[in-house]
Ligand binder design. Sequence first.
Ligand code: NAD
Length: 276
Amino acid sequence: MKDLRGKRVLISGSARGIGLEMALKFAEKGADLVLSDIDERALPEALETVAVFGGAVHAYPLDVTRPDAVLGLRQRLVEEVGPIDVLVNNAGVVFGGPFLEVPLDQHAMTYRVNALGLVAMTHAFLPDLISRPEASLVNIASASAFIGLPFGSTYASSKWAVLGFSESLRLELSELGHRHVHVCAVCPSYIGTGMFEGARPPTTTRVLEPEFIAAAVVKAVVDEQLYVLEPWLVKITPALKGLLPTRLWDSLSSALGASSGMSGWIGHREEGAEDG
Ligand SMILES: NC(=O)c1ccc[n+]([C@@H]2O[C@H](COP(=O)([O-])OP(=O)(O)OC[C@H]3O[C@@H](n4cnc5c(N)ncnc54)[C@H](O)[C@@H]3O)[C@@H](O)[C@H]2O)c1
C-alpha cells in the first residue's frame, strides 16, 4: 500500500502505548484513523493528539473480548465512516509471574484479549478488507511467539496463536485469490510502554522505543512486508531455534537472560499510584 493518504486505519487498543504511536505514524502519512480501546477515558486525549495531523480521526470504545460489541463497531463504521482499508489488531494484556501464582481468570483473560479478541476483530472486518482494492491486516504478536517465555507462559502461548493465525490466514487468502489483502505479523521484543515494566531484555539488546516500532509497522504496511522482527536478535531467533538442539537452545536462551527476563515483571503501575 504505497500511498496511505485517505486510507482508513482501525487500530484496537490505541488509546496509549504502541497503538497510539502507530496511529500517529499512520496519521503523519495522511491516513484517516479509527481509534478504539476498552479504556474509554483515555480516548478523547488520544483523538486530540492524532487529530493534529489534519486527517479525519474517530474514536470508539471497544472491548475486543465482546464479539457482539466488535460486530456493533463494524456496523457503526460502515454507516458513519466507511469501510476500513487497514486493520491493526494491537489490543493486548499480560499478567506475568510464576504460572501457579497467576490466577486462572488472568490466564484466561490473556487468551480472550490477545487471541480470541484478535480473531473476532478479523472475523468482523476481513470482509471489508477483501472488498477494498488494496488492504492490510496487521497482527501484533511478539518475539515470544517464537520461543517459550518463563513467567509469561500464557502470554507467550497467546502470541504463538497470533503468529500461527496470521501465517495460516495469509496463505489462505492467497489460495482464495485475495492477494490484495496483505497480512503482516509483528514480533517485537520488549518495548518501553510500561506493559512490561520490571522485565529485562536479553543481554545484547535494549528495550525498544514505541516510536521506533510504530514506524517499522507503518513501513511494513507500505512495503507489504510479511513480518516485523525487532531487534536484530529476534530476526535470527527462528533460524537459531530451528537449528540448535533444544537443550543447547535452552542454555543459550538462559545465558542471554531471555529465560529469566520476566521474573521481575511489574507491568503498568496502577493509575493514581503514588511515586516511591
Ligand atoms: N510492550 C511490549 O514490550 C510489547 C512487546 C511485544 C508485543 N507487544 C504487544 O503490543 C501490543 C500493544 O502493547 P503496548 O505495549 O502498547 O501495551 P499497552 O498496555 O500500553 O496498550 C495496550 C492497549 O490495549 C488496550 N486493551 C486492553 N485490553 C483490551 C480489550 N479487551 N479491548 C480493547 N482494548 C484493550 C489497553 O487499554 C491499552 O490501551 C499488545 O498486543 C502487546 O502484547 C508489546
